[in-house]
Design a protein around this ligand. Structure first.
Ligand SMILES: [Zn+2]
Length: 102
């Protein structure tokens, strides 16, 4: 049995600063700050490789907007203006459920 290719529900919870999703009937919530820290755009990756903290993160950082990119995944727009990260569905799944997508 394999997972659904993308979540059946997806919503920003502004109060709890999480991204809520439902995959294969299982709800999960990802903290906005954790998503920001997991950004895999070239800029964040090179900052991480340089050893330092990926990026200074504002304490009030939030996810402002999401855009579904079809089968490719999800683009996240953060309150600090960062929106270069594209989160492929399998990567999001792994972040949310802490296991690889099957
Ligand atoms: Zn990034």
């Amino acid at each position: 049995m394999s997972c659904e290719p993308w979540p059946s529900a997806l919503a920003i919870n502004h109060a709890s600063r999480t991204l809520e999703l439902v995959w294969d009937g299982a709800p999960a919530a990802l903290a906005h700050a954790a998503l920001r820290a997991s950004c895999r755009c070239a800029h964040c990756e090179s900052a991480r490789r340089a050893g330092g903290p990926a990026l200074p993160m504002a304490p009030d950082l939030a996810l402002a907007r999401i855009e579904v990119l079809g089968a490719s995944g999800l683009q996240l727009f953060f309150s600090d203006g960062h929106h270069r990260g594209i989160y492929p569905w399998p990567y999001l799944y792994q972040l949310a459920y802490e296991r690889p997508m099957s």
